[in-house]
Each structure stands twice: as C-alpha cells, then as structure tokens.
Design a protein around this ligand. Structure first.
Ligand code: TXA
Ligand code: MG
Length: 336
C-alpha cells in the first residue's frame, strides 16, 4: 500500500472519518447504509446531497443532526422517475410540462402532497406541499435501486457553502457521516432552481441551475419573483456563509482583500489582492456557476478578512450566482 493511502486509512480510523468511495464502487455500500436508516453524501449534477430515506423519520432526523440545521427548514425529496413523483404529489399541467422538459436535471418543483404518500412529515416540516426533484446520474440509480425517495439537502453544515466535491464534503461533514460517494466536481455547481405553480402562475422560489429565460421559454410565460405566498424558510438571508466577509460588485480592491474575479477585465488595484480566483476568464456564466462554491472556499482558506467580488451580470445563471453571493455577504445569522 502506498504511504499516502495508508496514512489516509489510519487517519480515518483514528478520527472516525467518512469513507470516500468512487461512484463505480459505491452503490451497494450506499444502499446498505440507506436501508439501515443511515445517511450518505452523494453527488448530483448540482451540488453534493446529504441523502436519507425520505420515508424513514430516523434517517431524516439524522440529516438534520449531521447538518446542524434548524428543523423548520423543509427538504427536497429526490425521485428516480415520474411514476415515483406521481405517487408522492399531484402535478398540474404546467408543472407536468416543466418536469417533462427539465427532468432529470437541476429543477425542483413544489407540489401539493398526496395523502398517505409515505413521506415522513419531518421532510416537509409539516407543510402540505413537497419539493420534488429528479437528479441525473448516480443519485437516480441509487433511488431506483432503493425503491424509495431520498430526502437530500446540500451536503454541508448549516450556513456553510454547499459542497461541490467529495473532498469538500468530507472536510466539512466527514466526522459525522460514514460514507461520501465521489463523483468528481459537480457539473452545474449551484443548487437546483425551485419553482411553484400558484393559481396557474409560475413563481421562482430560488434561482438555481436552470436560468429563468430557459424556463420561461418552455412555460410560455414570465416567472413571478419575490416572496409571494412563499414557504421557503430555507431562504434565510445568510445561508452560504464563508468565514470571511464578502464585498460585492466592487470596482476597486481594498487592502488585505482577496479577489473573486469574473471575466477578462480586472477591478482597479487587483495586483494588491492577497489571493485571486477567476470564476471564468471568458466571462462564461455556466463555468462561473460551476466554480463558485469551490473558489469561495479556496479564498476563505487563505484567511483574508474580506473577499471582494467583481460585478457579475444578472442574466441566465447570473441570477443564481448573484443570489448566492448576496446570501454569503448578508449579516451572519447564527441560527441559519
Ligand atoms: O440542487 C439542489 O436542490 C440540492 C441537491 C442536493 O439536490 N439540494 C438542496 O436542498 O439545495 P436544500 O435543502 O439545501 O434546499 C432546499 C430548499 C430550501 O430553500 C427549502 O426551504 C426549499 O427547498 N423547500 C423545500 N420544501 C419546500 C416547500 N414545500 N415549499 C417551499 N420551499 C421548499
Ligand atoms: Mg443548502
């Protein structure tokens, strides 16, 4: 055995850290843990999820416990296919059209729950609606094998940045969970877009991995924004908090600041940044979304008191990127 491998194995034993298994070899172990009511961190196309059987109250309680998340925050239930979704919730025609267009993928639909759908009430925090999503790849396969939906919030401690690599997840939650399934860096890099149909109108509850324009093109109507009848207590102002303070839309960098850049043109004084990451040299918002959380974490690790962020346009995935940055910059709320 190589020294590095041996060292990791020893560390895991001593510190009781999570095992990291590649997607190709993790399915049976993940299944066994989930069947036993335990939680597993899994890759999805958006971010890593901390998954547990959505019909098992103990498993769901373990998710909250591992994240240190306030109980009033409802979770997304992940399904393998439309048939599973239909057993859990009722679809109006517009929601059905969106599911048809975007599933599997980074779209979550909030829908009225069916009676006796087996979902544990802790998943929905007692609401009569439920957030459903059909993920791509390993998650879908795992859910199909389990035959039951998985509740899965992003795999990070409450109030911290969502994990987009198995290593980031293990560093954050590794002493509290047994298994992290490694599927590499998540391709989208931002959580799913959350939508809800209200009286035939479509409301954006959380901007995310699918841009508003793309959704509007399928729906044939404009999205409503803002709180409305929103029950998304997860939208606490400070939610994606790095340790450093964040300063957004900067034109000039201050002394001692780290720089989160975007595009080919630099803010004034950029040479003085204590560290820099560029979300996308080419100014590509999709690339920027995929890099966002990992780069915020990387700059945070440098230890600068403030991360200064260059302006990012609001179109397409820019809306979700700006939303996450605003939350990261918001005054810290230690209940989040
Ligand atoms: O991409 C994603 O969506 C990731 C991956 C793992 O699937 N999951 C994720 O879950 O971001 P979480 O728990 O971090 O965020 C779920 C969001 C919260 O803002 C929550 O308040 C909202 O969904 N939510 C859940 N159920 C809801 C409901 N019935 N009505 C309105 N909002 C709801
Ligand atoms: Mg989250």
């Amino acid at each position: 055995m190589e020294a590095a491998v041996l060292r990791t194995a020893c560390l895991r034993l001593v510190a009781n850290l999570a095992e990291i298994l590649a997607v190709g070899e993790a399915l049976e172990r993940a299944l066994a843990l989930l069947q036993a009511g335990d939680v597993v961190a899994i890759p999805t196309e958006t971010v890593y999820g901390l998954a547990g059987d959505a019909t098992n109250g103990v498993a769901v309680a373990r998710i909250f416990e591992a994240k240190g998340r306030p109980r009033f925050n409802p979770l997304i239930a992940h399904v393998a296919d439309r048939a599973m979704a239909d057993r859990i919730a009722g679809f109006d025609p517009l929601s059905a059209k969106l599911a048809e267009a975007f599933w599997p993928g980074p779209l979550t639909l909030v829908l009225p729950q069916r009676a006796d759908n087996g979902i544990h009430p802790l998943v929905t925090a007692g609401l009569d609606t439920i957030a459903l999503r059909m993920p791509r790849g390993f998650g879908g396969e795992l859910i199909a094998r389990l035959g039951r939906p998985l509740a899965a919030p992003s795999a990070n401690s409450s109030g911290r940045i969502s994990g987009t690599t198995a290593q980031a997840v293990a560093a954050d939650l590794g002493d509290r969970i047994k298994l992290v399934v490694d599927g590499g860096a998540t391709p989208v890099g931002l959580e799913s877009t959350i939508l809800k149909v209200e009286n035939g109108k479509l409301r954006l509850l959380r901007p995310g991995g699918i841009g508003a324009e793309e959704i509007e093109a399928v729906a044939g109507a404009k999205l409503l924004r803002g709180a409305g009848g929103i029950e998304a207590p997860g939208m606490l102002a400070s939610h994606y908090a790095p340790g450093a303070a964040m300063r957004l839309n900067i034109q000039r960098i201050g002394s001692g600041e780290a720089l989160l850049a975007f595009g080919p043109k630099r803010a004034e004084g950029w040479q003085d940044a204590v560290a820099m990451r560029n979300l996308s040299e080419a100014g590509d918002l999709r690339e920027a979304a995929a890099n966002l959380f990992a780069y915020m974490q990387a700059l945070d690790r440098v230890g600068a008191a403030t991360i200064a962020v260059e302006p990012i346009p609001f179109e397409g995935l820019g809306e979700a990127i700006n939303d996450r940055l605003a939350r990261a910059a918001a005054p810290r709320d230690n209940t989040a």
